[in-house]
Design a protein around this ligand. Structure first.
Ligand code: PMP
Length: 397
């Protein structure tokens, strides 16, 4: 009965939605639930080559601890390449590598948030951030999004009306999870202005930024302003492999120094071998080609789901048109309980995630995240047919 000894933070937020709709699936199910990359797209042969290259060139060091900040060569490459399109290079001293960006979120939560501190998050917002930051504060406030990203007028109202200072705001500016939105440029600039005026940090998460299907990605906040209050996080999970658990944080030196102390206490350093493998894979020119391939493949999936949804759900729900990333986000009429609908979907051997999971407020009961990343193109139509069958059954009850 050890649970009575557990800390307060572990008993705060519990939901069974992820295990119910994302993880527990029989093989017959066509799943629109997971936000995972397509298994069939992992570049196994090239990674094998990169791995052998690591063993050949740095065999001994690859099995040693690395520095807490992570492999210098990989940090240098991130600094040179990631924002080169916008003419920006980053000093590797301003980059720390993490165990995926989930650890970045955990460390940033630890860095900024005491129990009653206020953090803001776009709403609907990334569940991983809600989970991570709810461990530190119960005062996570959602700022609604519309089709242009987070509503900056609403944000300013909140900032103006709160007596206490907001410490940090989290956004996914490109192809967000779950809403699939892109933050328009005027709002990016407005957020930068507000961060100076009201003195809070902005965490921009670029997890999907390279996965654009129609247009070029807009400039990240870090490329627009030299503000010390911008923290940028990125990940190799969606553009290469989540199993390699490698992400990064870019921030000013004071923030990086604090993060080094926190990361040291947490895990000393991330996996050296994985970091070196990613470095070799990228250095050998594989990454750019791979991202091109991913764009093509996910675009086909996105288009197939768009067509299938238009042919079935058009008069039933509204949704965004995602120009990148993995997600359609559906809003049903007010009376719909998408959690119940998701249970009907499971019975029909398909699945999605009820949108309420992505809200910190009590909103979003009538919304659903439908991901196209893992469904083969030739299964999309059948999957959506099952969804509409689930809808018909749910509606009749
Ligand atoms: N940020 C967002 C918005 C995501 O959707 C995801 C993947 N679910 C990540 C980050 C990636 O997390 P990680 O790097 O820990 O795999």
């Amino acid at each position: 009965m050890g649970y009575r000894k557990f800390s307060k933070r572990i008993s705060q937020r519990t939901s069974d939605a992820m295990s119910k709709f994302v993880l527990a699936q029989d093989p017959e199910t066509i799943s629109f639930a997971g936000g995972l990359p397509d298994n069939n797209l992992f570049p196994v042969e090239e990674l094998k080559y990169a791995y052998e290259e690591v063993l050949r060139t740095e065999g001994n060091c690859a099995f040693q601890y690395s520095s807490t900040m992570g492999d210098l060569k990989l940090r240098e490459l991130i600094g040179e390449q990631f924002f080169s399109k916008w003419g920006l290079t980053i000093n590797p001293e301003n980059i720390i590598l993490t165990e995926g960006s989930q650890q970045a979120l955990d460390l940033l939560g630890k860095l900024f948030l005491d129990e009653d501190d206020i953090a803001l998050i776009e709403e609907p917002g990334y569940l991983g951030t809600i989970q991570a930051w709810s461990m530190f504060t119960s005062r996570l406030i959602g700022i609604p999004q519309d089709e242009y990203g987070i509503n900056t007028d609403y944000l300013e109202d909140v900032l103006r009306n709160l007596d206490e200072r907001v410490k940090v705001l989290y956004i996914v500016p490109d192809f967000s999870n779950p809403a699939g939105t892109c933050l328009v440029i005027e709002r990016r600039k407005k957020i930068l202005e507000l961060s100076e005026k009201y003195d809070f940090f902005v965490v921009e998460d670029l997890a999907y930024s390279l996965l654009s299907y129609d247009t070029n990605t807009l400039p990240p906040l870090i490329t627009i302003s030299k503000s010390e209050k911008i923290i940028t996080i990125g990940s190799f999970s969606k553009i290469l492999s989540p199993g390699l658990r490698t992400g990064f944080i870019i921030a000013n030196r004071e923030v990086i120094n604090a993060l080094i102390r926190l990361k040291e206490a947490s895990d000393l350093c991330s996996g050296t071998l994985n970091q070196k493998m990613i470095y070799q894979y990228w250095r050998l020119g594989f990454l750019e080609k791979h991202v091109e391939k991913l764009r093509k493949s996910y675009k086909e999936k996105r288009d197939a789901l768009k067509t299938a949804l238009e042919n079935t759900f058009k008069t039933i729900a509204k949704w965004n048109y995602p120009q990148g990333g993995f997600f359609f986000f559906l809003t049903f009429p007010e009376w719909v309980d998408a959690y119940k609908l998701a249970e009907y979907a499971l019975n029909n051997k398909t699945s999605f995630v009820p949108g309420e999971e992505f809200f910190v407020s009590q909103e979003g009961k009538n919304t659903a995240r439908i991901s196209f990343s893992q469904v083969p193109v030739d299964k999309v139509e059948e999957g959506v047919k099952r969804l509409i069958r689930a809808w018909e059954e749910y509606k009749e009850k």
